[in-house]
Design a protein around this ligand. Structure first.
Ligand code: URA
Length: 251
């Protein structure tokens, strides 16, 4: 299939170059201060690869667009750039993109949805608990389906060695539990489930915010698009909420 190159809206490119806000860039275009290949740009014009963009006659350095991938991380793969023991890393599974880094981490034995991005702001928003982005996990436990009392304990909170931790939602699922967390401390799900006497056998992250792992096969990745960012609840320029109140949604 031939890939159609649609380019990127000129106002977006100007904003990414730090020359104006998206709205401000629209004003610059409407004021006739922007040209593409020497021709006055119109609102809605797209910049194609190789085209020259100028503001007030000065060339604008066009930064490459940010890229964000969703990977279905298999078990047995580490979430780091290089592993001193030579184990397979998540970077062995995705294309080599400069500046690409994982958004948080999953343990070597955890499977499921892992985002990798070049966008530092997206990483900050999705990993900082003050932005209230949730993560949903499906765990299969050694003792099988969790009892309601254990789910209630997870919702009320358990004491871990680095402080209390609670699930925003916890409900029994065949062979284990579904948990929604508003934070991501080291091995948090495994430690929380051990604390209620249900050690984890298999752990799968199914959602980051409202973005689902969906049909992505183990070891495969896909590039995120505009709708996906909506599902993630990622808003460039958003400010953290004043408390750790997370916008959890049970699934
Ligand atoms: N909690 C865990 O215990 N492990 C992970 O990989 C992610 C969350």
């Amino acid at each position: 299939m031939r890939r159609v190159v649609r380019g990127e809206r000129v106002q977006k490119v100007l904003a990414r170059a730090g020359l104006a806000s998206r709205r401000g860039a629209e004003g610059l275009i409407q004021a006739g201060r922007v040209t593409v290949d020497g021709r006055r740009a119109e609102l809605g014009d797209r910049l194609l690869p190789g085209q020259e963009l100028r503001l007030d006659g000065q060339p604008v350095e066009v930064a490459p667009p940010q890229r964000t991938l969703a990977l279905h991380k298999p078990a047995g793969v580490v979430t780091s750039a290089a592993d001193e023991r030579g184990r397979r890393t998540v970077f062995d599974l995705v294309p080599p993109i400069p500046g690409l880094h994982p958004v948080g981490r999953l343990d070597r034995d955890t499977e499921g949805l892992l985002l990798l991005t070049t966008d530092g702001e997206l990483t900050l928003q999705l990993t900082h608990p003050r932005f209230g982005h949730t993560k949903t996990y499906r765990a299969w436990c050694r003792g099988g389906t969790l009892a309601e009392a254990a789910c209630a304990q997870l919702r009320q909170g358990v004491l871990l060695d680095d402080g209390p931790a609670r699930a925003l939602h916890a409900r029994a699922a065949p062979g284990g539990v579904v948990l929604v967390l508003g934070e991501g401390r080291k091995r948090q799900v495994r430690r929380m489930l051990s604390a209620v006497g249900a050690p984890v056998q298999r752990l799968l992250r199914t959602h980051v915010g409202g973005l689902a792992l969906g049909e992505l096969a183990s070891g495969e990745w896909r590039e995120l698009g505009r709708r996906d960012f909506g599902r993630l609840g990622y808003t460039p320029g958003a400010r953290p909420v004043p408390s750790t109140r997370a916008r959890g949604r049970e699934r």
